[in-house]
Design a protein around this ligand. Structure first.
Ligand code: PMP
Length: 479
């Protein structure tokens, strides 16, 4: 034991002297204070405690030493043949298993509270008890709520397609009557929102995301000036991917946009993570409906949500809400597509989730599963990268993502480095319209699906890629 300890000490000491020898060559002629600092950095580099100094404070020689260590660590990871994946914002198996009781829940009792046989056709807006339960999720009256199929994205696509081709207030109001049609897209944001716009030929304008939500100064100016702008995407609570919760002021300003924007302007309020808190003290979201009522803009906002990350991601229920006028128009449109939604699934969801208290307990069980994965990512990022100028990241209190910004111009490189050692990350650029991040800096991390062990391995590999890319880049620039 003692021999081993002495051997390790000698080994570390030997390596230190060796590295100091090389380093001394760089430092020759340096002033004693600087020399002492450089020696201390080199020593820490050798002892693997080196990454606490800000990248801007490192000389080319110090960067070169760090690069060598990082390259060794990276090569060692390459040898491990990792197969890790941080790309998917999906619930993990333990999470979906929380809702396994849905299977067989109805036990042959197919009658809804009002006597409707849910096995049969009809009921376009959904079962009353399902409307009541999910209206609670969106904090709106149940009469304004419509229950859809398993995907809220379908409802969102349908709403935009309807406004574009048929018009929210009759054919004269169809956005498609004039060209171009534009949408405001706060970014980093959700790639599937941007994909809907791109698919439907809607021009996207990127708007910066702040800690308080989208930059409202920019949005207010744009909607006043450009009446081709017909919509705004929002993920107001635990935004995808930044995790931010829109401030009350932002919510009110969004509710007022209808007063300044073009006719038929709508806000797509995708509250996909409305109740997906990781901590009890997670920030609350102000009610956009209350502000809309106050400002007379109920026709300008459509709200959406689903149980995709509450029960089964592939077999849940979706819901939406807007003004009576909008919902009546949309239902007329929907009636051409279906005689009615899957009420069997709605009823089993109502029987399973039962009431708001039970739903809250169910969400707490989700949080207990995924919180350690988030904490693992955040603790590793803090330990390995805090105050070193190689990246910044969000610290969400809920939702499914952590947003990481590399130094400008390095996101694609980091994703590629990670890919080469078997760690899959969401493609750089995916969080921006047209897949183009002007800074090439944002990377979305999704820690929910892999096991905790895999999250740990993946994020440790990720930080090595970030450091390697940052230091290589700095050295190249110094040349
Ligand atoms: N909106 C946001 C913001 C999301 O992150 C996701 C899932 N990644 C969805 C919608 C998808 O919702 P659904 O499963 O109801 O279609």
């Amino acid at each position: 034991m003692l021999t081993n300890a002495r051997q390790s000490l000698l080994y570390v000491g030997g390596r230190a002297f060796f590295k100091l020898g090389i380093f001394g060559a760089y430092c020759f002629n340096a002033d004693p204070v600087i020399l002492a600092r450089k020696i201390s950095i080199a020593l820490r580099a050798v002892l693997h405690e080196d990454f606490t100094v800000h990248i801007d404070q490192l000389s080319a020689a110090e960067l070169a030493i760090k690069l060598e260590t990082l390259q060794q660590q990276y090569n060692a990871l390459q040898d491990l043949n990792l197969a890790l994946d941080l790309t998917r914002g999906k619930p993990c198996t333990e999470q979906v298993a929380l809702s396994d009781a849905l299977d067989g829940m109805l036990k042959g009792n197919y009658l809804a509270a009002n006597g409707t046989d849910v096995r049969n056709y009809g009921g376009l807006e959904g079962l009353p008890e399902a409307r009541a339960l999910f209206a609670h999720v969106l904090q709106i009256p149940s009469e304004e709520t419509l229950i859809g199929g398993n995907s809220s994205l379908t409802l969102m696509y349908n709403t935009i397609d309807f406004a574009l081709t048929e018009g929210l207030s009759g054919s004269a109001s169809a956005w498609g009557n004039s060209d171009p049609v534009k949408f405001l897209c706060p970014a980093p944001g959700y790639d599937r929102h941007f994909a809907i716009c791109e698919h439907l030929g809607i021009e996207m304008i990127t708007v910066p995301m702040l800690d308080t939500g989208p930059d409202m100064d920019v949005i207010e100016t744009l909607v006043k000036e450009d009446h081709a702008i017909k919509g705004l995407w929002c993920v107001p609570r635990f935004s995808n991917p930044t995790g931010c919760v829109y401030s009350e002021d932002t919510v009110e300003r969004i509710a007022r946009l209808g007063l300044a924007a073009s006719d038929q302007f709508i806000v797509m309020w995708d509250n996909a993570y409305a109740i997906h808190t990781l901590y009890d003290d997670a920030p609350r979201l102000a009610s956009i409906r209350d502000f809309c009522q106050q400002h007379g803009t109920m026709d300008n906002v459509f709200q959406f949500g689903s149980t995709s990350k509450i029960t089964f991601a592939g077999a849940g229920v979706s819901f939406m809400a807007s003004s009576d006028k909008n919902m009546a128009a949309l239902k007329r449109h929907l009636a051409f597509q279906t005689i009615g939604p899957d009420k069997v699934n709605q009823l089993r969801h109502v029987r399973f989730l039962a009431n708001p208290e039970n739903l809250a307990n169910h969400m707490a069980a989700h949080a207990a599963i995924i919180r350690p994965r988030f904490e693992c990512v955040l603790a590793t990022l803090a330990r390995e990268l805090a105050d070193q100028g190689m990246g910044v990241w969000s610290t969400p209190r809920g939702g499914y993502f952590i947003s990481f910004n590399t130094l400008p111009g390095l996101a694609r490189k980091v994703v590629k480095l990670a890919d080469s050692i078997g760690v899959k990350l969401t493609p750089a650029g995916a969080t921006f319209p047209y897949g183009k991040d002007p800074q090439d800096s944002n990377i979305r991390l999704s820690p929910t699906f892999p096991s905790l062990e895999d999250v740990k391995a993946a994020i440790e590999a990720f930080v090595i890629c970030v450091k390697l890319a940052s230091i290589q880049d700095r050295l190249q620039r110094a040349k």
